[in-house]
Design a protein around this ligand. Structure first.
Ligand SMILES: NC(=O)c1ccc[n+]([C@@H]2O[C@H](COP(=O)([O-])OP(=O)(O)OC[C@H]3O[C@@H](n4cnc5c(N)ncnc54)[C@H](OP(=O)(O)O)[C@@H]3O)[C@@H](O)[C@H]2O)c1
Length: 427
């Protein structure tokens, strides 16, 4: 096809640039990468957006640590009060420290001072998002947090834009790159300790990966997405949460026995009564979208009454994608683009819906009989029984989680350690 080049619109190159004064709290994986991007992409930011971001103060915990070569070390401070004093004269405050303290103090003071605050901190937004947004509104400030959920995927934006997604019925996906990377390595035949060590060596897992493995990290991100999709206050959402823990290898064998794969799936569904939410190991169809999301990738699938299904995939973790999401929020904040917040609240409720489950036990003496008898005793029909290596796995009829809990306790009382996966509707 011949392209008529005269019809291609090229963004105008802007010559003058407005200077935007930025203070940055945190210069670790994410903050350090933001410093590098601001330095190396300065011309592009000036040309495309007419902005020049000038770093005026950088808060860290340890003054002597190595920092990116692009950073002027004279900007560093370890004094939160000195940082807040500099923030009072800045246009945009960026928070990439993590945790609640002192991030909450910085956020509160910035928003009370009418500043535009950009944060990558999912724990902070999941615990205090609505009150911080309200505080910003009262004082003429604003809060942006694109990088706090599925960092490199513009899902927060998609849910925040007015009318871009209407009548949402469910939000589901893979929101934790660390557990997904571990599961991908287990599929390749690695042991759990080796898989976890590799994840850490590649910088996808924190030194303490417990919040990733337990599903808490994914639950924080799900709380943020549910807030934006359904208006449920994140701190009130009840999330049924199970992570990878000690039974990652057993979960992988159970899934393999039933010809599927394991993914830690975060899911929120709107029912007529309210919103149910879970983060748990799920048996997904081999070759499906979830199983094909491997390594540190994230995938978010939104079903809506009017838009049908949209899926957004991409890097969920890592300094580069997260810092670039921070930058896009900084541009929006500097341009004073409107942010939309949900106001209609749907009540959060526990998940009492029936699901099919996969239950796997190690194939010792009598394990297969014990699994079959125990499921029968608690009144759960077994639709399929299969074996692989040392694991025998059953796929059950659809029952609510509480009924599977009974079977798990009965198996444990016989000295067995069952691995339990919810079976995905497509598997
Ligand atoms: N890493 C990712 O892939 C990723 C992805 C999405 C979102 N996030 C979020 O981004 C945020 C930052 O994560 P990160 O991975 O960049 O963490 P990090 O590498 O541990 O960096 C944290 C930074 O904050 C500073 N800091 C920590 N406690 C402080 C305190 N009490 N006072 C002053 N400074 C303090 C640290 O200073 P020192 O350097 O001196 O220790 C460090 O520069 C977190 O909210 C995280 O959840 C991270």
């Amino acid at each position: 096809m011949k392209i008529d080049e005269s019809r291609i619109r090229i963004p105008a190159v802007r010559r003058g640039a407005r200077t935007v004064r930025v203070v940055l709290a945190g210069c670790g994986t994410v903050g350090g990468e933001l410093v590098r991007i601001l330095h190396h992409a300065a011309d592009e930011i000036r040309q495309r957006h007419g902005l020049h971001f000038e770093l005026v103060r950088v808060l860290v915990a340890h003054g002597g640590r190595p920092r990116p070569g692009e950073l002027d070390r004279a900007l560093l401070t370890t004094d939160v009060d000195a940082f807040l004093a500099a923030a009072a004269g800045a246009d945009v405050v960026v928070e990439a420290i993590g945790g609640i303290d002192p991030a909450l103090r910085i956020a509160t003071e910035a928003l009370r001072g009418g500043k535009r605050l950009v944060t990558a901190n999912k724990a902070l937004v999941a615990a205090h998002g609505p009150e911080l947004v309200a505080l910003g509104r009262r004082h003429g400030g604003r809060l942006d947090f694109e990088s706090a959920a599925a960092g490199g995927i513009p899902i927060v934006r998609a849910l925040r834009e007015p009318l871009s997604l209407t009548g949402i019925t469910s939000v589901r996906g893979i929101l934790n790159g660390t557990t997904n990377y571990v599961l991908s390595r287990l599929e390749d035949g690695w042991s759990f300790p080796d898989a976890l060590a590799d994840t850490q060596a590649r910088g996808f897992a924190e030194a303490d990966p417990s919040r990733d493995l337990s599903g808490e990290d994914a639950a924080d991100k799900l709380r943020i997405l549910v807030w934006l999709a359904f208006g449920v206050e994140p701190a009130r959402l009840q999330v049924r949460r199970r992570g990878l823990g000690d039974d990652a290898e057993r979960l992988a064998r159970t899934a393999r026995a039933l010809d599927g794969a394991v993914r830690i799936v975060a899911e929120a569904v709107r029912t007529p009564e309210g919103v149910t939410a879970s983060v748990e190991p799920v048996l997904v169809a081999a070759g499906g979208d979830l199983a094909r999301t491997r390594d540190e990738a994230n995938l978010v699938v939104v079903d809506s009454r009017w838009n049908g299904r949209i899926a957004l995939g991409g890097p969920g973790a890592g300094g580069g994608p997260t810092a670039s999401a921070l930058l896009s929020d900084m541009v929006r904040a500097a341009r004073r683009q409107r942010a939309v917040h949900p106001s209609s609240a749907v009540p959060p409720i526990p998940d009492r819906r029936p699901h099919a489950w996969a239950v796997g036990v190690e194939r010792g003496r009598g394990a297969q009989e014990a699994l079959g008898h125990t499921l029968a005793r608690v009144g759960i029909n077994n639709e399929r029984m299969a074996w692989t290596g040392g694991t025998v796995a059953a796929r059950t009829e659809p029952v609510p989680w509480a009924r599977i809990g009974l079977a798990v306790r009965a198996l444990e009382s016989q000295g067995l350690t069952p691995a339990v996966l919810r079976v995905d509707a497509d598997a």
